[in-house]
Write a protein that binds this ligand. Structure first.
Ligand SMILES: *[C@@H]1O[C@H](CO)[C@@H](O)[C@H](O)[C@H]1NC(C)=O
Ligand SMILES: *[C@@H]1O[C@H](CO)[C@@H](O)[C@H](O)[C@H]1NC(C)=O
Ligand SMILES: *[C@@H]1O[C@H](CO)[C@@H](O)[C@H](O)[C@H]1NC(C)=O
Ligand SMILES: *[C@@H]1O[C@H](CO)[C@@H](O)[C@H](O)[C@H]1NC(C)=O
Length: 445
């Protein structure tokens, strides 16, 4: 925008010059300069537009925080940890590039070619460069092994993009991102829609893409369904002819020793059948956020306002309270496979909490994960003042963005949920401005 102003300024200045060769030359030089500026501006605009197109389909507007804040890297990690990243080049793990097979490129390439290529990529990615040992060995479904299956159950704007990308930073991970996207902006709490939802989750966790027509149909027109699954998306971009084919997706998914999944539309009690299913061996983190924070963040999404499951405080908090009651039950029944995490606790202690969460999932605190945290919680990514301190304040922006009246409306609708999950009432506008600490101890046992 500044550049446009500059161009206009230059060309109108040129008109004020009096006659004479010198000023004509000056004028033509200025004209040239103006042209140069105009061309630069056009190029910048094209670049900008192009970047927006490639990094985010218009659908990912769903999950984009406001652009100008310093919390961008923390909440919007996938943008910087996206498809363009090369495997294994980061975090001090250097792989011998000779280990990579040549990428199939021919138009005549077969699914088997792509699978063979990906198998080699995973092997390279999952080989410890010092010991030569394969890290998660014998766990791929295609070799009869059982992959780790790490689920995040949460709701919109609760930090799950961040936690999801932490899991996806691990080598050999296949990311089932938002598998219930085709259900629209609704919560699934029970019959009749829970059976389809659970059917879909179970199928995906088994790498079975049959009977998934709605899901795949949705993906064909909304690329963000798959684009967060970076390892899949890399091949989808190269071989779009296979991307939404069950005969490709199934075998492709079975190549991976790790699967992760984040779900924002399924309430916690409904994961019970998945936890009971021994053949799946899933581990589930229920990710919770202060309703004042999630509701504030949702105000800025185009898709949320007017959808009661998303923007009505009493609906949202009734779900939160039901989640609490489910969490009490589930942590008793599945102490090693179910746990809760508050987004605020994760953001305040990203390293310690990430280690704890990975340990719970049975996953290592891999150098790739450390690098992810290094670059997404404290570095100055993108020039904004995205410091470590900023990432720590990310969950608390609502204290400055909401009026006290808005805060009060939410608190009045959320008495039980806030008490259960340990979120403190604010009692005045002044309190909110004085570095309000909303966190209290809580327990699900
Ligand atoms: C989103 O993109 C699709 C095609 O990619 C287009 O048809 C649609 O109009 C776009 N929607 C918006 C809101 O830009
Ligand atoms: C594509 O591959 C098939 C066999 O896999 C072969 O018969 C055919 O000639 C190939 N077509 C082209 C254009 O290379
Ligand atoms: C849930 O089920 C009802 C009744 O079968 C149906 O009308 C509705 O469209 C379903 N909602 C979703 C999101 O699938
Ligand atoms: C929080 O405030 C609400 C009224 O807005 C009140 O009903 C509730 O008891 C308060 N909770 C606590 C823990 O003080």
């Amino acid at each position: 925008m500044e550049k446009v102003g500059l161009t206009v300024g230059l060309s109108s200045n040129a008109g004020h010059n009096s006659s004479g060769r010198v000023s004509r030359e000056k004028m033509s030089r200025r004209k040239n300069l103006a042209w140069l500026c105009a061309i630069t501006v056009v190029c910048l605009l094209l670049l900008y537009a192009n970047q927006r197109n490639t990094s985010n389909g218009n659908g990912t507007e769903y999950f984009r925080p406001r652009e100008h804040t310093g919390i961008l890297p923390l909440l919007n990690a996938h943008k910087y940890h996206g498809t363009s990243r090369l495997y294994g080049v980061a975090a001090g793990t250097s792989f011998d590039s000779n280990a990579y097979p040549p990428m199939p490129t021919a138009h005549n390439v077969t699914i088997a070619d792509v699978l063979a290529y990906q198998r080699a990529l995973i092997a390279a990615e999952c080989t410890d460069s010092e010991t030569g040992r394969k890290l998660p060995d014998g766990m791929t479904p295609e070799t009869g092994g059982k992959p780790s299956r790490s689920l995040i159950i949460t709701t919109w704007r609760s930090g799950s993009t961040f936690l999801g990308d932490i899991l996806n930073a691990l080598p050999g991970n296949y990311y089932h991102y938002e598998p219930l996207l085709d259900f629209d902006i609704v919560q699934i709490r029970g019959p009749p829609n829970d059976s389809v939802a659970i059917h879909n989750l179970r199928h995906l966790l088994h790498c079975d893409y049959s009977e998934m027509e709605n899901y795949l149909e949705f993906g064909r027109t909304h690329k963000y369904l798959f684009s967060h699954n970076t390892r899949l998306w890399q091949q989808c971009e190269r071989f779009p002819q296979f991307c939404y084919e069950p005969r490709f997706l199934g075998p492709f998914c079975r190549l991976f020793p790790r699967q992760s999944m984040k779900v924002v539309r399924l309430r916690a009690a409904l994961v019970t059948p998945l936890l009971e299913d021994e053949s799946l061996n899933v581990r589930v983190v229920l990710l919770i956020r202060d309703p004042r924070g999630s509701l504030q963040s949702r105000k800025h999404r185009v898709w949320c306002p007017g959808r009661p499951d998303c923007d009505d405080p009493s609906t949202v908090c009734s779900d939160m309270q039901l989640d609490y009651e489910a969490a009490v039950e589930l942590s008793k029944r599945f102490p090693r496979r179910f746990r809760v995490v508050r987004y605020e606790d994760l953001s305040l202690n990203p390293y310690r909490m990430t280690k704890e969460i990975l340990h719970f999932y049975g996953l290592p605190f891999h150098p790739e994960v450390k690098m992810f945290l290094d670059t997404h919680t404290k570095q100055d990514v993108g020039g904004v003042s995205s410091t470590y301190r900023d990432s720590k304040s990310a969950p608390f922006h609502w204290t400055k963005d909401l009026t006290f009246d808005q805060v009060k409306i939410i608190q009045d609708s959320c008495v039980a949920a806030m008490r259960s999950w340990g979120y403190r009432n604010a009692t005045s506008e002044q309190e909110l401005f004085d570095n309000f600490n909303p966190l209290l101890p809580y327990s699900v046992s």
